[in-house]
Design a protein around this ligand. Sequence first.
Ligand SMILES: NC(=O)c1ccc[n+]([C@@H]2O[C@H](COP(=O)([O-])OP(=O)(O)OC[C@H]3O[C@@H](n4cnc5c(N)ncnc54)[C@H](O)[C@@H]3O)[C@@H](O)[C@H]2O)c1
Ligand SMILES: CC(C)[C@H](C(=O)O)[C@@H](O)C(=O)O
Ligand SMILES: [Mg+2]
Length: 352
Amino acid sequence: MNYKIAVLNGDGIGPEIVAETIKVLDKAGEKFGHKFEYVQGYLGGESIDKYGVPLSDETIQVCSESDAILLGAIGGPKWDNIEPEKRPERGLLAIRKELGVYTNLRPAILFKSLKSASPLKEEIIGDGLDVMIVRELTGGLYFGHREYSDEKAFDTLPYTRAEIERIAKKAFEIAKLRNKKLTSVDKHNVLDTSKLWRKVVEEISKDYPEVEVSHMYVDNAAMQLIANPRQFDVILTENMFGDILSDEASMLTGSLGMLPSASLGDGKVGLYEPSHGSAPDIAGKNIANPIATILSAVMMLRYSFNLQKEADAIEKAVEKVLEAGFRTADIYTDGMKKVGTDEMGTEIANRI
Ligand SMILES: NC(=O)c1ccc[n+]([C@@H]2O[C@H](COP(=O)([O-])OP(=O)(O)OC[C@H]3O[C@@H](n4cnc5c(N)ncnc54)[C@H](O)[C@@H]3O)[C@@H](O)[C@H]2O)c1
Ligand SMILES: CC(C)[C@H](C(=O)O)[C@@H](O)C(=O)O
Ligand SMILES: [Mg+2]
Protein backbone atom coordinates (compact mmCIF):
# COMPACT_ATOMS: atom_id res chain seq x y z
CA MET A 1 0.00 0.00 0.00
CA ASN A 2 0.93 3.65 -0.41
CA TYR A 3 0.76 6.02 2.54
CA LYS A 4 1.17 9.77 2.40
CA ILE A 5 2.85 11.26 5.48
CA ALA A 6 3.09 14.99 6.12
CA VAL A 7 6.50 15.65 7.64
CA LEU A 8 7.05 18.69 9.86
CA ASN A 9 10.68 18.74 10.97
CA GLY A 10 10.30 21.75 13.23
CA ASP A 11 13.22 23.29 15.09
CA GLY A 12 16.31 22.38 17.13
CA ILE A 13 16.81 18.60 17.08
CA GLY A 14 13.60 18.21 15.03
CA PRO A 15 15.27 17.62 11.63
CA GLU A 16 17.82 15.18 13.12
CA ILE A 17 15.30 12.91 14.86
CA VAL A 18 12.82 13.01 11.96
CA ALA A 19 15.56 11.99 9.47
CA GLU A 20 16.30 8.86 11.52
CA THR A 21 12.60 8.05 11.79
CA ILE A 22 12.20 8.27 8.02
CA LYS A 23 15.23 5.99 7.62
CA VAL A 24 13.51 3.42 9.85
CA LEU A 25 10.09 3.81 8.20
CA ASP A 26 11.63 3.35 4.75
CA LYS A 27 13.35 0.17 5.87
CA ALA A 28 10.07 -1.19 7.22
CA GLY A 29 8.33 -0.15 3.99
CA GLU A 30 10.96 -1.95 1.91
CA LYS A 31 10.73 -5.11 3.99
CA PHE A 32 6.92 -5.34 4.06
CA GLY A 33 6.18 -3.92 0.61
CA HIS A 34 4.72 -0.51 1.46
CA LYS A 35 5.57 2.87 0.05
CA PHE A 36 5.70 5.83 2.39
CA GLU A 37 5.49 9.12 0.53
CA TYR A 38 6.62 12.20 2.45
CA VAL A 39 5.25 15.69 1.90
CA GLN A 40 7.04 18.56 3.60
CA GLY A 41 5.18 21.05 5.78
CA TYR A 42 6.53 23.67 8.19
CA LEU A 43 5.70 24.34 11.84
CA GLY A 44 6.98 26.56 14.62
CA GLY A 45 10.16 28.54 14.19
CA GLU A 46 10.92 27.20 10.71
CA SER A 47 7.45 28.34 9.62
CA ILE A 48 7.93 31.78 11.19
CA ASP A 49 11.15 32.12 9.21
CA LYS A 50 9.49 30.98 5.98
CA TYR A 51 5.96 32.40 6.18
CA GLY A 52 6.02 34.85 9.11
CA VAL A 53 3.52 32.74 11.08
CA PRO A 54 4.02 29.58 13.20
CA LEU A 55 1.36 27.65 11.24
CA SER A 56 0.47 28.56 7.64
CA ASP A 57 -2.57 27.66 5.53
CA GLU A 58 -0.19 25.83 3.18
CA THR A 59 0.91 23.52 5.98
CA ILE A 60 -2.67 22.96 7.18
CA GLN A 61 -3.51 21.90 3.64
CA VAL A 62 -0.51 19.57 3.36
CA CYS A 63 -1.52 17.97 6.67
CA SER A 64 -5.20 17.57 5.87
CA GLU A 65 -4.37 15.93 2.52
CA SER A 66 -2.12 13.35 4.18
CA ASP A 67 -2.86 10.05 5.89
CA ALA A 68 -0.89 11.02 9.01
CA ILE A 69 1.53 13.65 10.28
CA LEU A 70 5.02 13.11 11.63
CA LEU A 71 6.37 16.00 13.68
CA GLY A 72 9.82 16.54 15.20
CA ALA A 73 9.58 19.35 17.76
CA ILE A 74 9.27 23.11 17.69
CA GLY A 75 10.60 26.17 19.51
CA GLY A 76 13.91 27.65 20.52
CA PRO A 77 15.68 30.74 21.86
CA LYS A 78 15.64 32.45 18.45
CA TRP A 79 11.86 32.90 18.72
CA ASP A 80 11.49 33.25 22.52
CA ASN A 81 11.04 36.99 22.58
CA ILE A 82 8.49 37.54 19.86
CA GLU A 83 4.89 38.36 20.73
CA PRO A 84 3.03 35.45 22.35
CA GLU A 85 0.53 34.97 19.50
CA LYS A 86 3.35 34.39 17.02
CA ARG A 87 5.53 32.07 19.07
CA PRO A 88 6.35 28.60 17.67
CA GLU A 89 4.36 26.96 20.49
CA ARG A 90 1.17 28.68 19.29
CA GLY A 91 1.63 26.93 15.95
CA LEU A 92 1.70 23.58 17.72
CA LEU A 93 -1.44 24.38 19.72
CA ALA A 94 -3.14 25.62 16.56
CA ILE A 95 -2.42 22.48 14.56
CA ARG A 96 -3.70 20.27 17.40
CA LYS A 97 -6.88 22.34 17.54
CA GLU A 98 -7.24 22.49 13.76
CA LEU A 99 -7.01 18.69 13.47
CA GLY A 100 -9.26 18.18 16.50
CA VAL A 101 -6.79 15.73 18.04
CA TYR A 102 -8.12 15.84 21.59
CA THR A 103 -6.64 12.49 22.72
CA ASN A 104 -2.93 12.54 23.43
CA LEU A 105 -1.50 9.11 24.23
CA ARG A 106 1.87 9.10 25.94
CA PRO A 107 2.98 5.56 26.78
CA ALA A 108 5.79 5.33 29.33
CA ILE A 109 7.25 1.90 28.69
CA LEU A 110 10.48 0.71 30.25
CA PHE A 111 12.60 -1.47 27.99
CA LYS A 112 14.16 -4.13 30.23
CA SER A 113 17.69 -3.34 29.08
CA LEU A 114 17.26 0.30 30.15
CA LYS A 115 16.56 -0.40 33.81
CA SER A 116 19.91 1.00 34.83
CA ALA A 117 19.28 4.24 32.87
CA SER A 118 16.34 5.15 35.07
CA PRO A 119 17.23 7.29 38.10
CA LEU A 120 14.86 5.19 40.22
CA LYS A 121 16.06 2.18 42.20
CA GLU A 122 15.54 -1.20 40.54
CA GLU A 123 13.15 -2.41 43.24
CA ILE A 124 10.88 0.58 42.57
CA ILE A 125 11.06 0.52 38.80
CA GLY A 126 10.55 -3.26 38.77
CA ASP A 127 10.21 -5.31 35.63
CA GLY A 128 8.27 -4.20 32.59
CA LEU A 129 6.83 -0.85 33.65
CA ASP A 130 4.07 0.20 31.25
CA VAL A 131 1.92 3.25 32.02
CA MET A 132 -0.36 4.88 29.46
CA ILE A 133 -0.98 8.58 30.03
CA VAL A 134 -4.14 9.79 28.31
CA ARG A 135 -3.85 13.57 28.17
CA GLU A 136 -6.71 15.81 27.02
CA LEU A 137 -5.07 17.94 24.33
CA THR A 138 -7.37 20.60 22.92
CA GLY A 139 -8.99 22.17 25.97
CA GLY A 140 -8.23 23.63 29.38
CA LEU A 141 -5.72 26.27 30.29
CA TYR A 142 -3.97 26.20 26.91
CA PHE A 143 -7.06 27.34 25.07
CA GLY A 144 -8.99 29.35 27.67
CA HIS A 145 -9.56 33.09 27.64
CA ARG A 146 -6.42 34.93 28.63
CA GLU A 147 -5.36 38.50 29.11
CA TYR A 148 -2.09 40.20 29.67
CA SER A 149 -1.01 43.63 30.82
CA ASP A 150 2.17 44.56 32.65
CA GLU A 151 0.07 45.03 35.82
CA LYS A 152 -2.18 42.00 35.66
CA ALA A 153 -2.41 38.82 33.64
CA PHE A 154 -4.66 35.79 33.72
CA ASP A 155 -5.33 32.48 31.99
CA THR A 156 -8.56 30.53 32.37
CA LEU A 157 -9.15 26.80 32.53
CA PRO A 158 -12.48 25.93 30.90
CA TYR A 159 -13.81 22.42 30.23
CA THR A 160 -17.24 21.48 28.97
CA ARG A 161 -19.02 18.26 29.87
CA ALA A 162 -18.75 17.14 26.23
CA GLU A 163 -14.97 17.64 26.20
CA ILE A 164 -14.55 15.60 29.37
CA GLU A 165 -16.94 12.88 28.21
CA ARG A 166 -15.15 12.20 24.94
CA ILE A 167 -11.67 11.97 26.44
CA ALA A 168 -12.95 9.88 29.37
CA LYS A 169 -14.57 7.41 26.95
CA LYS A 170 -11.31 7.07 25.04
CA ALA A 171 -9.40 6.43 28.26
CA PHE A 172 -11.89 3.79 29.46
CA GLU A 173 -11.78 2.08 26.06
CA ILE A 174 -7.99 1.93 26.32
CA ALA A 175 -8.12 0.71 29.92
CA LYS A 176 -10.55 -2.03 28.90
CA LEU A 177 -7.95 -3.42 26.49
CA ARG A 178 -5.15 -3.21 29.07
CA ASN A 179 -5.11 -4.01 32.80
CA LYS A 180 -8.54 -2.47 33.40
CA LYS A 181 -7.30 0.06 35.88
CA LEU A 182 -7.80 3.78 35.38
CA THR A 183 -6.57 6.60 37.60
CA SER A 184 -8.16 9.96 36.86
CA VAL A 185 -5.91 12.78 38.01
CA ASP A 186 -7.41 16.15 38.97
CA LYS A 187 -7.34 18.95 41.55
CA HIS A 188 -10.87 18.36 42.78
CA ASN A 189 -10.10 19.84 46.20
CA VAL A 190 -9.51 23.29 44.66
CA LEU A 191 -10.71 23.67 41.06
CA ASP A 192 -14.29 23.78 39.76
CA THR A 193 -13.21 22.27 36.44
CA SER A 194 -11.84 19.32 38.40
CA LYS A 195 -15.19 19.02 40.18
CA LEU A 196 -16.91 18.64 36.81
CA TRP A 197 -14.09 16.41 35.53
CA ARG A 198 -14.49 13.96 38.45
CA LYS A 199 -18.30 13.96 38.19
CA VAL A 200 -18.22 13.18 34.46
CA VAL A 201 -15.51 10.54 34.81
CA GLU A 202 -17.61 8.85 37.52
CA GLU A 203 -20.66 8.90 35.24
CA ILE A 204 -18.76 7.46 32.25
CA SER A 205 -17.24 4.78 34.48
CA LYS A 206 -20.74 3.28 34.93
CA ASP A 207 -20.55 2.16 31.29
CA TYR A 208 -17.29 0.36 31.99
CA PRO A 209 -17.96 -1.78 35.09
CA GLU A 210 -14.98 -4.00 34.22
CA VAL A 211 -12.57 -1.07 34.67
CA GLU A 212 -11.53 -0.18 38.21
CA VAL A 213 -11.54 3.61 38.49
CA SER A 214 -9.90 5.76 41.14
CA HIS A 215 -9.23 9.48 41.50
CA MET A 216 -6.03 11.11 42.62
CA TYR A 217 -5.00 14.70 43.20
CA VAL A 218 -2.32 15.82 40.80
CA ASP A 219 0.20 16.74 43.50
CA ASN A 220 -0.10 13.28 45.01
CA ALA A 221 0.09 11.71 41.53
CA ALA A 222 3.38 13.51 40.87
CA MET A 223 4.77 11.95 44.04
CA GLN A 224 3.22 8.48 43.50
CA LEU A 225 4.76 8.24 40.02
CA ILE A 226 8.17 8.27 41.66
CA ALA A 227 7.31 6.38 44.87
CA ASN A 228 5.28 3.56 43.33
CA PRO A 229 4.90 3.86 39.54
CA ARG A 230 3.77 0.26 39.15
CA GLN A 231 0.40 1.05 40.77
CA PHE A 232 -0.61 2.86 37.54
CA ASP A 233 -1.97 1.40 34.32
CA VAL A 234 -3.94 4.17 32.55
CA ILE A 235 -3.71 7.75 33.82
CA LEU A 236 -6.43 10.07 32.52
CA THR A 237 -5.89 13.77 32.99
CA GLU A 238 -6.45 17.26 31.62
CA ASN A 239 -4.13 19.13 29.30
CA MET A 240 -1.61 20.84 31.54
CA PHE A 241 -1.45 18.18 34.25
CA GLY A 242 -0.79 15.67 31.44
CA ASP A 243 1.99 17.82 30.02
CA ILE A 244 3.79 17.90 33.34
CA LEU A 245 3.15 14.32 34.46
CA SER A 246 4.26 12.89 31.11
CA ASP A 247 7.66 14.58 31.28
CA GLU A 248 7.96 13.19 34.80
CA ALA A 249 6.91 9.70 33.70
CA SER A 250 9.44 9.74 30.87
CA MET A 251 12.24 9.46 33.41
CA LEU A 252 10.82 6.14 34.59
CA THR A 253 11.77 4.87 31.13
CA GLY A 254 15.29 6.28 31.30
CA SER A 255 14.95 9.57 29.43
CA LEU A 256 12.59 12.11 27.95
CA GLY A 257 14.14 10.98 24.67
CA MET A 258 12.26 7.65 25.00
CA LEU A 259 8.68 8.93 25.32
CA PRO A 260 6.59 8.90 22.13
CA SER A 261 3.12 10.29 21.59
CA ALA A 262 0.09 9.98 19.35
CA SER A 263 -2.54 12.70 19.10
CA LEU A 264 -5.85 11.43 17.80
CA GLY A 265 -9.32 12.81 17.22
CA ASP A 266 -12.45 11.64 15.50
CA GLY A 267 -11.11 12.83 12.14
CA LYS A 268 -8.92 10.96 9.70
CA VAL A 269 -5.52 12.45 10.45
CA GLY A 270 -3.41 11.61 13.50
CA LEU A 271 -0.42 13.63 14.66
CA TYR A 272 2.66 11.75 15.83
CA GLU A 273 5.45 13.47 17.71
CA PRO A 274 7.85 12.76 20.56
CA SER A 275 6.71 14.12 23.94
CA HIS A 276 9.89 16.14 24.30
CA GLY A 277 10.79 19.51 22.85
CA SER A 278 13.35 20.81 20.39
CA ALA A 279 16.22 20.51 22.90
CA PRO A 280 18.14 23.59 21.69
CA ASP A 281 20.96 22.76 24.11
CA ILE A 282 21.93 19.69 22.06
CA ALA A 283 20.67 20.65 18.59
CA GLY A 284 22.99 20.12 15.60
CA LYS A 285 25.37 17.93 17.59
CA ASN A 286 24.14 14.52 16.45
CA ILE A 287 23.61 13.43 20.07
CA ALA A 288 19.81 13.56 20.45
CA ASN A 289 17.95 10.32 21.06
CA PRO A 290 15.71 9.57 18.06
CA ILE A 291 13.86 6.69 19.77
CA ALA A 292 10.87 8.75 21.03
CA THR A 293 10.21 9.86 17.45
CA ILE A 294 10.78 6.38 16.03
CA LEU A 295 8.33 4.96 18.59
CA SER A 296 5.87 7.73 17.63
CA ALA A 297 6.08 6.40 14.06
CA VAL A 298 5.35 2.93 15.47
CA MET A 299 2.17 4.43 16.96
CA MET A 300 1.38 5.90 13.52
CA LEU A 301 1.64 2.47 11.91
CA ARG A 302 -0.64 1.02 14.60
CA TYR A 303 -3.30 3.71 14.96
CA SER A 304 -3.45 5.40 11.56
CA PHE A 305 -2.43 2.64 9.13
CA ASN A 306 -3.34 -0.52 11.07
CA LEU A 307 0.06 -2.02 10.14
CA GLN A 308 0.51 -4.15 13.24
CA LYS A 309 3.31 -6.49 12.17
CA GLU A 310 5.28 -3.60 10.69
CA ALA A 311 4.88 -1.70 13.98
CA ASP A 312 5.96 -4.77 15.97
CA ALA A 313 9.02 -5.18 13.74
CA ILE A 314 10.25 -1.64 14.44
CA GLU A 315 9.56 -1.94 18.15
CA LYS A 316 11.43 -5.24 18.24
CA ALA A 317 14.35 -3.63 16.38
CA VAL A 318 14.52 -0.88 19.03
CA GLU A 319 14.53 -3.53 21.73
CA LYS A 320 17.33 -5.47 20.00
CA VAL A 321 19.47 -2.37 19.56
CA LEU A 322 19.12 -1.54 23.24
CA GLU A 323 19.85 -5.14 24.19
CA ALA A 324 22.98 -4.98 22.00
CA GLY A 325 24.15 -2.08 24.19
CA PHE A 326 23.80 0.88 21.83
CA ARG A 327 23.00 4.09 23.72
CA THR A 328 22.68 7.76 22.89
CA ALA A 329 24.17 10.05 25.54
CA ASP A 330 20.91 10.58 27.46
CA ILE A 331 20.53 6.85 28.22
CA TYR A 332 24.21 5.99 28.38
CA THR A 333 25.51 4.00 31.35
CA ASP A 334 28.97 2.54 31.97
CA GLY A 335 30.06 -0.26 29.68
CA MET A 336 27.55 0.53 26.91
CA LYS A 337 28.35 1.64 23.34
CA LYS A 338 27.77 5.35 22.96
CA VAL A 339 26.36 6.28 19.53
CA GLY A 340 25.11 9.43 17.83
CA THR A 341 21.61 10.14 16.54
CA ASP A 342 22.32 8.85 13.03
CA GLU A 343 24.07 5.68 14.15
CA MET A 344 21.16 4.88 16.46
CA GLY A 345 18.76 5.26 13.54
CA THR A 346 20.94 3.06 11.32
CA GLU A 347 21.31 0.34 13.96
CA ILE A 348 17.52 0.22 14.38
CA ALA A 349 16.87 0.21 10.63
CA ASN A 350 19.41 -2.62 10.18
CA ARG A 351 17.51 -4.85 12.60
CA ILE A 352 14.13 -4.61 10.89
N1 LIG B 1 6.13 19.16 21.25
C1 LIG B 1 7.05 20.10 21.11
O1 LIG B 1 7.39 20.48 20.00
C2 LIG B 1 7.67 20.70 22.33
C3 LIG B 1 7.61 20.03 23.57
C4 LIG B 1 8.26 20.59 24.66
C5 LIG B 1 8.98 21.76 24.53
N2 LIG B 1 9.02 22.38 23.32
C6 LIG B 1 9.83 23.59 23.08
O2 LIG B 1 11.19 23.14 23.04
C7 LIG B 1 12.05 24.19 23.47
C8 LIG B 1 12.98 23.67 24.54
O3 LIG B 1 12.24 23.38 25.72
P1 LIG B 1 12.82 22.61 26.97
O4 LIG B 1 14.30 22.70 26.97
O5 LIG B 1 12.08 23.02 28.16
O6 LIG B 1 12.37 21.06 26.73
P2 LIG B 1 13.03 19.93 25.85
O7 LIG B 1 12.10 18.75 25.95
O8 LIG B 1 13.36 20.42 24.51
O9 LIG B 1 14.39 19.56 26.60
C9 LIG B 1 14.45 19.27 27.98
C10 LIG B 1 15.76 18.52 28.27
O10 LIG B 1 15.67 17.20 27.72
C11 LIG B 1 16.69 16.98 26.78
N3 LIG B 1 16.11 16.24 25.65
C12 LIG B 1 14.91 16.47 25.06
N4 LIG B 1 14.74 15.63 24.04
C13 LIG B 1 15.83 14.85 23.98
C14 LIG B 1 16.24 13.81 23.12
N5 LIG B 1 15.48 13.35 22.11
N6 LIG B 1 17.45 13.22 23.34
C15 LIG B 1 18.23 13.63 24.34
N7 LIG B 1 17.90 14.62 25.18
C16 LIG B 1 16.71 15.23 25.00
C17 LIG B 1 17.18 18.36 26.36
O11 LIG B 1 18.51 18.32 25.89
C18 LIG B 1 16.98 19.17 27.63
O12 LIG B 1 18.08 18.99 28.48
C19 LIG B 1 11.12 25.31 23.92
O13 LIG B 1 11.03 26.24 22.89
C20 LIG B 1 9.80 24.62 24.16
O14 LIG B 1 8.70 25.47 24.04
C21 LIG B 1 8.40 21.86 22.21
C1 LIG C 1 5.48 23.16 23.46
C2 LIG C 1 4.25 22.97 24.27
C3 LIG C 1 3.14 23.81 23.71
C4 LIG C 1 3.83 21.49 24.36
C5 LIG C 1 2.67 21.34 25.35
O1 LIG C 1 2.72 21.87 26.45
O2 LIG C 1 1.72 20.64 24.98
C6 LIG C 1 4.90 20.51 24.81
O3 LIG C 1 5.37 20.79 26.08
C7 LIG C 1 4.38 19.11 24.72
O4 LIG C 1 4.43 18.40 25.73
O5 LIG C 1 3.97 18.68 23.62
MG1 LIG D 1 5.50 19.06 27.31
